[in-house]
Design a protein around this ligand. Structure first.
Ligand SMILES: [Fe+2]
Ligand SMILES: [Fe+2]
Length: 363
């Protein structure tokens, strides 16, 4: 699982300083913070992948071969690098790392629990492999934080976060997107820094290329699971697909715009970066979703900016407090709801699903 940040409401915004309270950062829950999920584990037992068996077996064989087995073993420490960043960049970069770690670890916890609870051998094998990778990813980010003296106690995180219940099909839509957008985010940053190595202000970005191939493979697993059960992608469920696409894109847009200094340091404009990531994610998700959002439509982009402005009013209202703050917050909530609805109601593009499902990470 991947992508995404925490916690940019005023009461938990990262504070430039020596020792940010990263435990408070991960514990704080907002609509935008990465979440921990739980589901109906028994329903996994009934999943049947026989209609995609050939592609399934090839994908599992690739995961079993463990191409990134040695990738996350470090021969260098990252001591002193975060500490030397200028305060605003340091705060936003720590925010980025903490939220990425939370996303990776929430994937690890969910997948491990799915592997433990199911009696379905295909599911057990898959989720064990996914949990293996996510635990490495979370551990690697945590090592980078520990080198700066701000590692997170993952046991604490397991207990401190609220768990949100989602039906299995909603887990599949959102986790599919989360994996694929995670790939798109990491590869877009990696490509940017390959073109501009002078902007690589922390060595962790050099790990992103092979790392994001793990996320790509994870997404492939959920693509096959969704395609194995065609009713998840037809009829009324198409409305859910559109909802999840928009929810994931909108969340990312708001979160990324809360980190202007971080993106400037990478030479990225958050708007351009996000639309690049949406475009990659939309191209990939043609393997599975019968509909796709037209993120190039000027009406979509205008509404997305209105949604961002509304979410800033919500934050400002919380910060101000009192009646004025409450009004500002209410106006933000209404504005955010209307902008979301406007984007949701724009006509999506239709896709013909390809006979061969699997893709290669070619972006
Ligand atoms: Fe993943
Ligand atoms: Fe991951």
């Amino acid at each position: 699982m991947n992508a995404h940040t925490a916690i940019r409401t005023p009461d938990a915004a990262p504070v430039p300083g020596d020792k940010p309270d990263v435990h408070a950062m991960v514990q704080h829950e907002t609509v935008l913070s990465p979440r921990f999920y739980t589901t109906d584990f028994a329903a996994l037992d009934a999943i049947d992948v026989s209609s995609v068996r050939e592609e399934w077996d090839a994908m599992i064989a690739e995961m079993v071969s463990d191409p990134n087995k040695l990738h996350f073993k470090r021969d260098v420490r990252f001591d002193g690098i975060i500490e030397q960043l200028e305060p605003a960049l340091k705060a936003e970069f720590i925010d980025f790392l903490v939220s990425s770690l939370t996303s990776e670890f929430s994937g690890c916890i969910l997948y491990a629990e799915m592997a433990r609870r199911t009696k379905n051998p295909d599911m057990k094998q898959l989720f064990k492999l996914l949990a293996r990778d996510e635990s490495r990813h979370a551990g690697f980010i945590n090592e980078a934080l520990k080198d700066a003296g701000i590692g997170i106690d993952l046991g604490f995180l397991t207990k401190a976060k609220k768990y949100h219940y989602f039906k299995p099909k909603f887990i599949f839509y959102s986790v599919y997107l989360s994996e694929k957008i995670g790939y798109a985010r990491y590869i877009a940053i990696y490509r940017q820094l390959a073109a501009h190595p002078e902007l690589r202000f922390h060595p962790i970005f050099q790990w992103f290329e092979s790392w994001c191939n793990d996320e790509f493979r994870h997404g492939e697993a959920f693509a096959l699971l969704l395609r194995a059960d065609p009713k998840l992608l037809t009829g009324f469920n198409k409305l859910w697909v559109r909802f999840f696409l928009l929810a994931v894109y909108a969340t990312m847009y708001v979160r990324d715009h809360a980190r202007p200094v971080f993106h400037a340091a990478l030479g990225l404009n958050p708007t351009d970066y996000d639309y690049r990531v949406f475009s990659i994610c939309s191209q990939i998700s043609r393997q599975v979703f019968p509909v796709e959002l037209d993120t190039d439509d000027p009406r979509f982009r205008r509404s997305m900016d209105r949604l961002l402005a509304a979410s800033r009013r919500i934050d400002a209202g919380k910060q101000r407090g009192g009646l004025g703050g409450a009004l500002l917050r209410a106006s933000g909530l209404v504005g955010a709801g209307l902008s979301f609805a406007r984007m949701y109601l724009l006509r999506p593009r239709r896709n013909e699903l390809p006979a061969k499902i699997r893709l290669q990470p070619a972006w």
